[in-house]
Design a binder for this molecule. Structure first.
Ligand code: IPM
Ligand code: MG
Length: 368
Protein backbone atom coordinates (compact mmCIF):
# COMPACT_ATOMS: atom_id res chain seq x y z
CA UNK A 1 0.00 0.00 0.00
CA UNK A 2 1.18 3.53 -0.73
CA UNK A 3 2.43 5.61 2.16
CA UNK A 4 -0.02 8.20 3.48
CA UNK A 5 0.53 11.59 1.93
CA UNK A 6 1.41 14.77 3.77
CA UNK A 7 1.34 18.18 2.14
CA UNK A 8 3.56 20.69 3.94
CA UNK A 9 2.73 24.37 3.54
CA UNK A 10 5.31 26.08 5.75
CA UNK A 11 4.22 29.60 4.77
CA UNK A 12 5.78 32.83 6.00
CA UNK A 13 7.79 34.28 8.86
CA UNK A 14 8.77 31.64 11.41
CA UNK A 15 6.64 29.05 9.56
CA UNK A 16 9.55 27.49 7.62
CA UNK A 17 11.81 27.48 10.72
CA UNK A 18 9.39 25.65 12.97
CA UNK A 19 8.35 23.32 10.14
CA UNK A 20 11.99 22.36 9.58
CA UNK A 21 11.94 20.72 13.03
CA UNK A 22 8.74 18.85 12.18
CA UNK A 23 10.37 17.53 9.01
CA UNK A 24 13.18 16.07 11.13
CA UNK A 25 10.60 14.31 13.30
CA UNK A 26 8.85 12.95 10.22
CA UNK A 27 12.27 11.62 9.15
CA UNK A 28 12.75 10.10 12.60
CA UNK A 29 9.39 8.30 12.36
CA UNK A 30 10.60 6.64 9.15
CA UNK A 31 14.10 5.78 10.33
CA UNK A 32 13.24 4.63 13.86
CA UNK A 33 9.62 3.48 13.72
CA UNK A 34 9.22 2.38 10.10
CA UNK A 35 6.39 4.89 9.64
CA UNK A 36 6.75 6.58 6.28
CA UNK A 37 4.89 9.44 4.66
CA UNK A 38 4.96 10.74 1.12
CA UNK A 39 5.82 14.33 1.82
CA UNK A 40 5.40 17.13 -0.70
CA UNK A 41 5.78 20.84 -0.15
CA UNK A 42 4.17 23.92 -1.57
CA UNK A 43 3.53 27.60 -0.94
CA UNK A 44 0.81 29.41 0.97
CA UNK A 45 0.44 33.02 2.11
CA UNK A 46 2.85 35.82 1.31
CA UNK A 47 5.44 33.52 -0.26
CA UNK A 48 2.79 32.20 -2.66
CA UNK A 49 1.82 35.78 -3.46
CA UNK A 50 5.46 36.62 -4.20
CA UNK A 51 5.77 33.63 -6.54
CA UNK A 52 2.33 33.58 -8.17
CA UNK A 53 0.46 36.77 -7.30
CA UNK A 54 -2.10 34.88 -5.19
CA UNK A 55 -1.84 33.55 -1.61
CA UNK A 56 -2.91 30.06 -2.73
CA UNK A 57 -2.93 28.75 -6.30
CA UNK A 58 -5.64 26.43 -7.63
CA UNK A 59 -2.96 23.78 -8.10
CA UNK A 60 -1.97 23.96 -4.42
CA UNK A 61 -5.64 23.90 -3.43
CA UNK A 62 -6.08 20.70 -5.46
CA UNK A 63 -3.04 19.13 -3.79
CA UNK A 64 -4.45 19.98 -0.36
CA UNK A 65 -7.77 18.37 -1.28
CA UNK A 66 -5.97 15.21 -2.36
CA UNK A 67 -3.56 14.92 0.58
CA UNK A 68 -4.24 12.64 3.54
CA UNK A 69 -3.31 15.57 5.77
CA UNK A 70 -1.97 19.10 5.40
CA UNK A 71 0.62 20.55 7.79
CA UNK A 72 0.70 24.34 7.80
CA UNK A 73 3.23 26.66 9.42
CA UNK A 74 2.04 30.26 9.50
CA UNK A 75 1.05 33.01 7.07
CA UNK A 76 1.41 36.78 6.90
CA UNK A 77 3.85 39.57 7.61
CA UNK A 78 4.19 43.36 7.53
CA UNK A 79 5.48 43.19 3.95
CA UNK A 80 1.97 42.20 2.87
CA UNK A 81 -0.05 44.61 5.02
CA UNK A 82 -0.83 46.96 2.15
CA UNK A 83 -1.97 44.29 -0.30
CA UNK A 84 -5.52 44.28 -1.54
CA UNK A 85 -7.73 42.34 0.89
CA UNK A 86 -8.46 39.63 -1.70
CA UNK A 87 -4.81 38.58 -1.98
CA UNK A 88 -3.69 39.01 1.62
CA UNK A 89 -1.75 35.99 2.96
CA UNK A 90 -4.57 35.16 5.40
CA UNK A 91 -6.95 34.64 2.46
CA UNK A 92 -4.87 31.61 1.46
CA UNK A 93 -5.42 29.97 4.82
CA UNK A 94 -9.11 30.89 4.88
CA UNK A 95 -9.56 29.42 1.40
CA UNK A 96 -8.02 26.14 2.55
CA UNK A 97 -10.31 25.99 5.57
CA UNK A 98 -13.41 26.86 3.54
CA UNK A 99 -12.86 24.69 0.46
CA UNK A 100 -11.72 21.69 2.48
CA UNK A 101 -14.78 22.32 4.68
CA UNK A 102 -12.74 22.02 7.89
CA UNK A 103 -15.58 22.96 10.18
CA UNK A 104 -14.23 21.63 13.47
CA UNK A 105 -11.10 23.27 14.82
CA UNK A 106 -9.66 21.61 17.94
CA UNK A 107 -7.44 23.87 20.01
CA UNK A 108 -6.19 22.10 23.11
CA UNK A 109 -4.75 24.23 25.87
CA UNK A 110 -2.69 22.08 28.14
CA UNK A 111 -0.38 23.40 30.80
CA UNK A 112 2.76 21.30 31.06
CA UNK A 113 3.85 21.06 34.66
CA UNK A 114 7.29 22.48 33.92
CA UNK A 115 5.67 25.64 32.57
CA UNK A 116 3.11 26.28 35.30
CA UNK A 117 5.15 29.22 36.56
CA UNK A 118 5.41 30.79 33.11
CA UNK A 119 1.79 31.75 32.78
CA UNK A 120 0.88 35.29 33.76
CA UNK A 121 -1.66 33.66 36.09
CA UNK A 122 -0.92 32.01 39.43
CA UNK A 123 0.43 28.47 39.39
CA UNK A 124 -2.57 26.86 41.08
CA UNK A 125 -4.92 28.42 38.52
CA UNK A 126 -3.16 26.79 35.57
CA UNK A 127 -1.20 23.75 36.87
CA UNK A 128 -2.63 20.58 35.35
CA UNK A 129 -4.93 22.50 33.01
CA UNK A 130 -6.19 20.39 30.11
CA UNK A 131 -9.03 21.87 28.07
CA UNK A 132 -9.98 21.91 24.40
CA UNK A 133 -11.68 24.70 22.53
CA UNK A 134 -13.70 23.43 19.58
CA UNK A 135 -14.01 26.39 17.26
CA UNK A 136 -16.40 26.42 14.30
CA UNK A 137 -14.11 27.27 11.41
CA UNK A 138 -15.93 27.59 8.11
CA UNK A 139 -18.83 29.91 8.74
CA UNK A 140 -20.01 32.80 10.92
CA UNK A 141 -18.78 36.33 10.50
CA UNK A 142 -15.58 35.15 8.76
CA UNK A 143 -17.53 34.13 5.68
CA UNK A 144 -21.09 35.54 5.98
CA UNK A 145 -22.59 37.67 3.20
CA UNK A 146 -23.13 40.55 2.70
CA UNK A 147 -19.68 41.79 3.48
CA UNK A 148 -17.57 44.67 2.27
CA UNK A 149 -16.98 48.39 2.56
CA UNK A 150 -19.79 50.33 0.90
CA UNK A 151 -20.72 53.91 0.36
CA UNK A 152 -23.80 55.13 2.22
CA UNK A 153 -24.61 58.79 1.59
CA UNK A 154 -21.49 60.78 2.26
CA UNK A 155 -19.65 58.20 4.32
CA UNK A 156 -18.51 54.58 4.06
CA UNK A 157 -19.89 51.64 5.97
CA UNK A 158 -18.03 48.40 6.77
CA UNK A 159 -20.22 45.31 6.86
CA UNK A 160 -19.70 41.73 7.96
CA UNK A 161 -22.44 39.25 8.61
CA UNK A 162 -22.72 36.67 11.35
CA UNK A 163 -24.65 33.80 9.79
CA UNK A 164 -25.11 30.23 10.99
CA UNK A 165 -27.38 27.51 9.65
CA UNK A 166 -28.77 24.83 11.94
CA UNK A 167 -26.73 22.14 10.19
CA UNK A 168 -23.50 24.12 10.61
CA UNK A 169 -24.15 24.44 14.33
CA UNK A 170 -25.25 20.83 14.70
CA UNK A 171 -22.16 19.32 13.08
CA UNK A 172 -19.66 21.24 15.19
CA UNK A 173 -21.72 20.54 18.33
CA UNK A 174 -21.62 16.85 17.49
CA UNK A 175 -17.84 16.91 17.14
CA UNK A 176 -17.55 18.63 20.54
CA UNK A 177 -19.78 16.04 22.22
CA UNK A 178 -17.86 13.18 20.59
CA UNK A 179 -14.59 14.64 21.84
CA UNK A 180 -15.99 15.21 25.34
CA UNK A 181 -16.96 11.54 25.59
CA UNK A 182 -13.28 10.64 25.21
CA UNK A 183 -12.35 13.15 27.92
CA UNK A 184 -14.12 14.43 31.05
CA UNK A 185 -17.54 14.27 29.32
CA UNK A 186 -18.34 17.94 29.80
CA UNK A 187 -19.16 20.60 27.19
CA UNK A 188 -19.66 24.33 27.71
CA UNK A 189 -21.15 26.13 24.71
CA UNK A 190 -20.40 29.84 24.37
CA UNK A 191 -22.30 32.49 22.37
CA UNK A 192 -24.03 35.82 22.92
CA UNK A 193 -27.66 34.70 22.97
CA UNK A 194 -28.43 37.83 24.97
CA UNK A 195 -27.72 40.11 22.00
CA UNK A 196 -27.51 37.98 18.82
CA UNK A 197 -30.20 35.92 17.09
CA UNK A 198 -27.46 33.68 15.72
CA UNK A 199 -26.53 33.12 19.36
CA UNK A 200 -30.08 32.14 20.26
CA UNK A 201 -30.15 29.62 17.42
CA UNK A 202 -26.69 28.36 18.42
CA UNK A 203 -27.85 27.69 21.97
CA UNK A 204 -31.05 25.96 20.85
CA UNK A 205 -29.36 23.70 18.31
CA UNK A 206 -26.53 22.70 20.66
CA UNK A 207 -29.16 21.82 23.29
CA UNK A 208 -31.20 19.80 20.74
CA UNK A 209 -28.18 17.81 19.56
CA UNK A 210 -27.34 17.15 23.19
CA UNK A 211 -30.83 16.04 24.22
CA UNK A 212 -31.25 13.82 21.17
CA UNK A 213 -27.86 12.12 20.90
CA UNK A 214 -25.63 13.02 23.85
CA UNK A 215 -27.75 13.15 27.01
CA UNK A 216 -24.89 11.46 28.90
CA UNK A 217 -22.60 14.47 28.34
CA UNK A 218 -22.83 17.31 30.85
CA UNK A 219 -23.79 20.47 28.91
CA UNK A 220 -23.77 24.07 30.04
CA UNK A 221 -24.19 27.37 28.19
CA UNK A 222 -22.33 30.58 28.85
CA UNK A 223 -22.22 34.03 27.28
CA UNK A 224 -18.89 34.37 25.53
CA UNK A 225 -17.84 37.49 27.44
CA UNK A 226 -18.41 35.70 30.72
CA UNK A 227 -16.55 32.75 29.20
CA UNK A 228 -13.52 34.97 28.61
CA UNK A 229 -13.63 36.05 32.24
CA UNK A 230 -14.08 32.48 33.53
CA UNK A 231 -11.13 31.33 31.41
CA UNK A 232 -8.82 33.65 33.33
CA UNK A 233 -10.59 33.26 36.66
CA UNK A 234 -10.74 29.47 36.95
CA UNK A 235 -10.05 27.68 33.64
CA UNK A 236 -10.09 24.22 35.21
CA UNK A 237 -13.89 24.40 35.44
CA UNK A 238 -13.91 23.59 31.69
CA UNK A 239 -13.27 20.43 29.71
CA UNK A 240 -14.50 21.04 26.14
CA UNK A 241 -15.66 24.49 25.05
CA UNK A 242 -17.61 24.76 21.79
CA UNK A 243 -18.04 28.14 20.18
CA UNK A 244 -18.34 30.00 16.89
CA UNK A 245 -15.61 31.13 14.54
CA UNK A 246 -14.95 34.63 15.88
CA UNK A 247 -15.45 33.93 19.59
CA UNK A 248 -13.29 30.83 19.12
CA UNK A 249 -10.51 32.92 17.60
CA UNK A 250 -10.44 35.28 20.55
CA UNK A 251 -11.04 32.74 23.31
CA UNK A 252 -8.33 30.42 22.00
CA UNK A 253 -5.69 33.15 22.14
CA UNK A 254 -6.82 33.82 25.67
CA UNK A 255 -6.60 30.12 26.57
CA UNK A 256 -3.16 29.93 24.97
CA UNK A 257 -1.66 32.24 27.53
CA UNK A 258 -2.85 29.96 30.33
CA UNK A 259 -0.26 27.48 29.15
CA UNK A 260 2.66 29.87 29.41
CA UNK A 261 3.28 30.69 25.76
CA UNK A 262 1.43 30.93 22.48
CA UNK A 263 4.44 29.02 21.14
CA UNK A 264 3.06 25.86 22.74
CA UNK A 265 -0.37 25.49 21.18
CA UNK A 266 -1.19 23.07 18.37
CA UNK A 267 -4.46 22.77 16.47
CA UNK A 268 -6.30 20.34 14.24
CA UNK A 269 -8.91 21.46 11.73
CA UNK A 270 -11.10 18.55 10.74
CA UNK A 271 -13.80 18.05 8.13
CA UNK A 272 -15.93 15.19 6.90
CA UNK A 273 -14.40 11.75 6.22
CA UNK A 274 -12.82 11.23 2.80
CA UNK A 275 -13.28 8.09 0.67
CA UNK A 276 -10.48 6.39 2.61
CA UNK A 277 -12.23 7.05 5.92
CA UNK A 278 -9.75 9.67 7.09
CA UNK A 279 -11.15 13.09 7.92
CA UNK A 280 -10.15 15.98 5.69
CA UNK A 281 -7.57 17.60 7.92
CA UNK A 282 -5.17 20.47 8.33
CA UNK A 283 -2.83 20.84 11.29
CA UNK A 284 -1.26 24.13 12.29
CA UNK A 285 0.14 25.89 15.33
CA UNK A 286 -2.18 28.49 16.85
CA UNK A 287 0.59 31.10 16.77
CA UNK A 288 1.17 33.36 13.78
CA UNK A 289 4.16 34.10 11.58
CA UNK A 290 5.89 36.26 14.26
CA UNK A 291 7.71 38.52 11.78
CA UNK A 292 9.57 40.26 14.63
CA UNK A 293 11.64 37.14 15.33
CA UNK A 294 11.54 35.43 11.91
CA UNK A 295 14.84 34.21 10.50
CA UNK A 296 16.67 34.49 13.82
CA UNK A 297 16.38 30.91 15.05
CA UNK A 298 14.47 32.09 18.13
CA UNK A 299 11.06 30.58 17.41
CA UNK A 300 9.62 27.81 19.54
CA UNK A 301 8.88 24.80 17.30
CA UNK A 302 6.81 22.98 19.94
CA UNK A 303 3.36 24.15 18.75
CA UNK A 304 4.18 22.93 15.25
CA UNK A 305 5.62 19.66 16.58
CA UNK A 306 2.52 19.06 18.72
CA UNK A 307 0.36 19.81 15.67
CA UNK A 308 2.14 16.97 13.89
CA UNK A 309 1.40 14.78 16.92
CA UNK A 310 -2.29 15.66 16.47
CA UNK A 311 -1.97 14.58 12.82
CA UNK A 312 -0.59 11.22 13.94
CA UNK A 313 -3.55 10.81 16.27
CA UNK A 314 -6.47 12.16 14.25
CA UNK A 315 -5.47 11.37 10.65
CA UNK A 316 -3.31 8.28 10.90
CA UNK A 317 -4.60 6.37 13.93
CA UNK A 318 -1.11 6.49 15.41
CA UNK A 319 -2.21 7.56 18.87
CA UNK A 320 0.72 5.78 20.52
CA UNK A 321 3.24 7.61 18.36
CA UNK A 322 1.40 10.87 19.04
CA UNK A 323 1.74 10.23 22.76
CA UNK A 324 5.42 9.43 22.23
CA UNK A 325 5.97 12.85 20.65
CA UNK A 326 3.95 14.60 23.38
CA UNK A 327 5.91 12.81 26.11
CA UNK A 328 9.18 13.77 24.42
CA UNK A 329 8.12 17.42 24.49
CA UNK A 330 7.08 17.08 28.12
CA UNK A 331 10.47 15.56 29.01
CA UNK A 332 12.41 18.28 27.22
CA UNK A 333 10.48 20.95 29.11
CA UNK A 334 10.95 19.13 32.40
CA UNK A 335 14.69 19.05 31.65
CA UNK A 336 14.62 22.83 31.48
CA UNK A 337 15.20 23.24 27.74
CA UNK A 338 13.69 26.62 26.87
CA UNK A 339 13.32 28.73 23.76
CA UNK A 340 13.25 32.51 24.25
CA UNK A 341 9.45 32.69 24.65
CA UNK A 342 9.72 30.34 27.64
CA UNK A 343 12.34 32.24 29.59
CA UNK A 344 10.99 33.11 33.01
CA UNK A 345 11.82 36.23 34.98
CA UNK A 346 14.88 34.39 36.36
CA UNK A 347 16.52 34.52 32.94
CA UNK A 348 18.99 31.95 31.63
CA UNK A 349 20.16 31.27 28.09
CA UNK A 350 17.50 30.25 25.62
CA UNK A 351 18.12 27.51 23.07
CA UNK A 352 17.59 28.04 19.34
CA UNK A 353 14.78 26.55 17.28
CA UNK A 354 17.12 23.84 16.00
CA UNK A 355 18.45 23.05 19.47
CA UNK A 356 14.87 22.59 20.69
CA UNK A 357 14.38 20.20 17.75
CA UNK A 358 17.59 18.38 18.72
CA UNK A 359 16.35 17.98 22.29
CA UNK A 360 12.98 16.58 21.17
CA UNK A 361 14.72 14.11 18.82
CA UNK A 362 17.03 13.00 21.64
CA UNK A 363 14.01 12.48 23.90
CA UNK A 364 12.34 10.47 21.14
CA UNK A 365 15.47 8.30 20.87
CA UNK A 366 15.42 7.83 24.63
CA UNK A 367 11.79 6.65 24.42
CA UNK A 368 12.74 3.55 22.40
C1 IPM B 1 -6.09 31.85 13.83
C2 IPM B 1 -5.63 33.10 13.14
C3 IPM B 1 -6.39 33.25 11.83
C4 IPM B 1 -7.84 33.45 12.17
C5 IPM B 1 -5.87 34.34 10.90
C6 IPM B 1 -4.40 34.18 10.60
C7 IPM B 1 -6.66 34.40 9.63
O1 IPM B 1 -5.77 34.19 13.99
O2 IPM B 1 -6.02 30.77 13.21
O3 IPM B 1 -6.50 31.93 14.99
O4 IPM B 1 -8.29 34.58 12.43
O5 IPM B 1 -8.58 32.45 12.15
MG1 MG C 1 -6.35 33.67 15.99
Amino acid sequence: MANPSLLILAGDGIGPEVMAEVKRIIGWMGAKRGIYFDVSEDLVGGCAYDAHGVPLTDATMAKAQAADAVLLGAVGGPKYDKLDFSVKPERGLLRLRKEMDLFSNLRPAQCFDALADFSSLKRDVVAGLDIVIVRELTSGVYFGEPRGIFREGNERVGINTQRYTESEIARVAKSAFELARKRANKVCSMEKANVMESGILWREVVQEVHDRDYPDVELSHMYADNGAMQLVRWPKQFDVIVTDNLFGDVLSDCAAMLTGSLGMLPSASLGAPMANGRPKALYEPVHGSAPDIAGQGKANPIACILSFAMALRYSFELGEEATRVEKAVEKVLADGVRTADLMGPDGGTPVTTTQMGDAVLAALDASL
